[in-house]
Design a protein around this ligand. Structure first.
Ligand code: ASN
Ligand code: ZN
Ligand code: CA
Length: 302
């Protein structure tokens, strides 16, 4: 045949070797993964330092090994890992639970120190090399961004004030659930010249300037009411829950709250109630329920 699914390889942002689900078509190999049980595919594109979606990321011999391809490699591989997490752990098929195509664009703009879900796809900057290296190089960042898509299609948490901070927190918490090797966010791509630091911590939000209690809620008109700051409060409650009952139960409770109970205008108090309802559904009114109560008591949310 002249086209079809292939297996390629490449090096990620941190220089690590990894295999890739690719597709051969008309003399080129594409970062185009048709192996998932989706209606669509997982595809990765290259903005080539522009600000459009860009064309497909391709290679002539299925070895995505050049330095300029590292961001492409990780965006593609990690989108697949996050897809697999939601499918295998929560029986969710893609961000919309309808198996829709997951698109990532890398090399967005120049020296761009951010990544985002734009309502249709994920977009990643290369970083400026000092504050960040290419942001797709962090699995927790990829999970954070794709979780924004899940939230948009489920709870729909409005990106302002407490509902916005909950939206941010869900992305950080699922970043942990997908990559549970530490409680830090973005450590793999943040400040390459400084070891051990990160963008945020869910175990100790105050280490990175975030509150971990309602007494320190930060009132501001910037950042949509401090959504990336006040997320520290629900993040700490999630951490408290995880250490008390374990990841396996906590992630089930969080997914159920996000997809069944939370609504677009939910505030922190509503989140506590949503998580308690989910806990009762899944585990009854025993130790797990008490753990969630204690987790939110500790951050001053009732
Ligand atoms: N990286 C940021 C985030 O996903 C971009 C934003 O502020 N929306 O939260
Ligand atoms: Zn976010
Ligand atoms: Ca991490």
């Amino acid at each position: 045949v002249t086209h079809g699914a292939t297996s390629g390889y490449g090096y990620g942002v941190l220089g690590d070797y990894k295999t890739l689900n690719t597709y051969y078509y008309n003399g080129w190999y594409y970062l185009y993964d048709v192996t998932k049980p989706m209606n669509g595919v997982i595809e990765t594109r290259d903005a080539n330092n522009g600000t459009t979606q860009g064309g497909y990321s391709v290679d002539s011999n299925n070895a995505f090994t050049s330095s300029g391809q590292a961001a492409d490699v990780d965006a593609h591989k990690y989108a697949g890992i996050v897809y697999d997490y939601y499918y295998n752990t929560h029986n969710r098929n893609s961000f919309d639970n309808a198996g829709s195509t997951i698109i990532s664009t890398v090399h967005y703009s120049t020296n761009y120190n951010n990544a985002f879900w734009n309502g249709n796809q994920m977009v990643y900057g290369d970083g400026d090399g000092t504050t960040f290296i290419a942001l797709s190089g962090a699995l927790d960042v990829v999970a954070h961004e794709l979780t924004h898509a899940v939230t948009e299609r489920t709870a729909g948490l409005i990106y302002q004030d407490q509902s916005g901070a909950l939206n941010e927190s869900m992305s950080d918490v699922f970043g942990y659930f997908v990559e549970p090797n530490d409680y830090l966010m973005g450590e793999d791509v943040y400040t390459p010249g400084i070891s051990g630091d990160a963008l945020r911590s869910i175990s100790d939000p105050t280490a990175y300037g975030q509150p971990d209690h309602m007494n320190d809620y930060y009132y501001t008109s910037s950042d949509n009411g401090g959504v990336h700051t006040n997320s520290g409060i629900p993040n700490k409650a999630a951490y408290n829950t995880i250490v008390s009952i374990g990841k396996t139960k906590a992630e089930k409770i969080y997914y159920r709250a996000l997809t069944v109970y939370l609504t677009s205008s939910s505030d922190f108090s509503d989140a506590r109630a949503a998580l308690l309802s989910s806990t009762a559904d899944l585990y009854g009114y025993g130790t797990e329920y008490t753990a969630v109560e204690n987790a939110w008591d500790a951050v001053g949310v009732y």
